[in-house]
Design a protein around this ligand. Structure first.
Ligand code: ZN
Length: 147
């Protein structure tokens, strides 16, 4: 795993404000300087296009994105595993969920052909992609190996 920029630039999951957080303090439950809410919730963050742009474009943490849809059985089956992976990967990663029905422009931009698809972004760029449901430990291993 590559070293994080220090201080890390963390986009708030609530108000999208960029926060500078020393890497050593990432695990100390830091709050947002603007809205005072926790920068990490231990859960995947559902985003629209603007939220995606803030998290992937403005933050320095690697961002893992689950592209899913309500009608997709395997997506729903993987949801608890993805939530468990978020508890383990935060605060070194940000985990997002993109509903491909609600935000079709993102599904189109990243040419999502099957779901669930996981895409890992680092420095705003796609660095790895995996299609198909996998268990929590495989999500964690895959993310750490590719970040
Ligand atoms: Zn905030």
């Amino acid at each position: 795993m590559s070293a994080l920029t220090d201080p890390a630039l963390v986009a708030c999951p609530h108000c999208a404000a960029p926060n500078r957080v020393p890497v050593a303090r990432l695990g100390t439950h830091p709050n947002c300087g603007r809205c005072k809410q926790p920068l990490f919730t231990g859960a995947p963050l559902a985003v629209d296009a603007a939220g995606f742009a803030a998290q992937v474009g403005k933050g320095s943490l690697p961002v893992l994105v689950d592209f899913w849809a309500e009608w997709c059985g395997p997506c729903k089956a993987m949801a608890p595993a993805y939530a468990a992976a978020a508890r383990e990967l935060e605060p070194r990663f940000r985990l997002l969920k993109v509903d491909t029905e609600a935000v079709p422009e993102l599904a189109q931009r990243y040419q999502i052909r099957s779901i669930p698809t996981l895409i890992l972004f680092a420095g705003g760029r796609e660095v790895a992609r995996h299609s198909g449901a996998i268990p929590a430990q495989d999500i964690v291993r895959w993310a750490r190996a590719n970040a």
